[in-house]
Design a binder for this molecule. Structure first.
Ligand code: HAM
Length: 429
């Protein structure tokens, strides 16, 4: 017996067969529309990048555990991109001279991370990236939050289905230093601990805090401030609050778009102030749906020019889980709207002519590649999701007519060739 190779995709990666692809195309098409209505321009870039652009700025988790690296035949150390932000920072830095800042850019790359496959996590995911470069105004935060709300609304989500939780790393650093008494060297580790706060049981958190060198009292205080929500702001020095874009946002009408939450820090190392994550309010999806933040110096890897950025990455896996949980995923589209069936092989040319007219009118149309009996063709058309069939018979054709049939009601009518597209369009309406 020959040994066949597996037809399954590599662990952690997915095939998208046409039905699934149809759902995704509709979902992402809606999202591109909303993003472009804000004036964002789409870009793309290579899947392979120098490994060091992630090792320098993305943080330990990505660099040490999740990066797919390779050495190419020219001896270059490359990585499959685990995220898009370093790439877009590279492109912005490289073309800065010709750009009129601030710029709004978006993309939809596939990203690779070597993670343990589980609900919401795979090894290749598709991530919509939306970023604004070249402005430090708090209006950038407001625009990003508004955009997220519009994107979710476009997908049919109501306000009670999701929540944007936002924080500013500088506010948290101030609270940790001044209130909890965390030392400057402990700060990065405490940030990493806060990032795991909702994922770990309390005993594990306490053990990690002890390893970092926090006393019991400090751990208690830390627990207290993380749970304090917006009340924490009353405890922080004015100078720190004045420098925070997020605090500014909280004083505008956009405050209602978010919830201030000291627990949000995010895993990536390059965020320098505002950070946010969007959560599904359903307990079925406890992981963040997507997230992002502001980074003042990521382009600094490539240029001396200071180009701040702010944006987010929205992954397809968590988004589809969200849509399915809330019954918002669209149905796959049918293969075609209409099938043109000749009653005999000799009429194939005629059928192709009719099909051409229907396609010109914007209808998704097919004709049989291997003609079967009319009854069989009607069944196949029905299975393909067509709602109309145009039958081309010899007598009709000789008189300049065709027969338009509804697959739902089985009613049919004879129409002149010139009126076929109008008759089918009316039937589909
Ligand atoms: P991130 O939080 O690492 O941020 O990823 C953003 C989103 O991508 C996640 O919330 C999730 O939806 C999705 N995602 C990430 N890893 C996986 C995975 N292994 N499997 C499935 N989905 C995943 C970033 O990547 C930032 N570069 C986003 C950003 C853009 N910040 C500013 N601009």
């Amino acid at each position: 017996m020959p040994e066949y190779l597996s037809t399954a995709p590599t662990r952690g990666t997915r095939d998208f067969l046409p039905a699934e692809m149809s759902v995704r195309t509709q979902v992402f098409g809606h999202l591109y529309d909303v993003i472009e209505r804000y004036g964002f321009l789409r870009y793309d870039g290579p899947i392979l990048e120098p490994a060091e652009i992630y090792e320098l700025k993305s943080g330990q988790e990505i660099a040490d555990q999740q990066l797919y690296t390779l050495t190419d035949k020219g001896g270059r150390r490359l990585a499959l991109r685990p995220e898009m932000t370093p790439s877009v920072a590279r492109m912005i830095a490289g073309t800065a001279k010709s750009l009129q800042f601030p710029v709004r850019w978006y993309s939809h790359p596939n990203c690779h991370r070597y993670e343990k496959p589980q609900r919401g996590r795979v090894r290749e995911h598709w991530q919509i990236n939306v970023d604004i470069f070249g402005s430090e105004s708090s209006n950038t935060e407001i625009e990003i939050f508004e955009l997220i709300h519009d994107m979710m609304e476009e997908l049919g989500a109501s306000k009670d289905m999701f929540e944007i939780r936002a924080n500013d790393r500088n506010l948290l650093a101030s609270a940790l230093t001044d209130i909890v008494g965390v030392g400057p060297l402990q700060l990065p580790e405490v940030f990493a601990l806060v990032d795991r706060w909702e994922k770990y049981p309390v005993e594990k958190l306490a053990a990690s805090a002890e390893e970092i060198g926090l006393a019991d009292k400090q751990f208690e205080k830390l627990t207290e401030i993380l749970a304090s929500g917006e009340a924490l702001l009353d405890e922080l020095p004015e100078s720190v609050k004045e420098a925070s874009n997020l605090v500014k946002v909280l004083k505008t009408s956009a405050a209602g778009l978010i919830r201030f939450d000291p627990m949000i820090v995010r895993g990536l190392a390059y965020y320098t102030s505002t950070v946010f994550e969007v959560f599904d309010t359903s307990p079925e999806n406890r992981r963040a749906l997507f997230g992002g933040g502001a980074y003042s110096d990521l382009a600094g890897m490539f240029t001396a020019q200071k180009i701040p950025g702010i944006g987010f990455g929205m992954g397809d896996v968590t988004l589809m889980d969200f849509l399915e949980t809330h019954g918002l995923a669209p149905a796959p589209r049918s293969e075609v709207d209409v099938v043109v069936v000749p009653t005999a092989e000799e009429l194939s040319d005629a059928a192709r002519e009719v099909a051409g007219r229907l396609r010109k009118a914007g209808l998704r149309t097919s004709t049989p590649l291997e003609l079967r009996k009319l009854g069989k063709e009607l069944t196949r058309a029905d299975k393909a999701g067509a709602r109309a069939v145009v039958i081309v018979g010899q007598e009709d054709w000789d008189a300049g007519n065709v027969t338009v049939r509804s697959l739902a009601t089985r009613e049919q009518q004879q129409v002149p060739l010139d009126s076929t597209a109008a008759a089918v369009t009316a039937l589909l309406a």
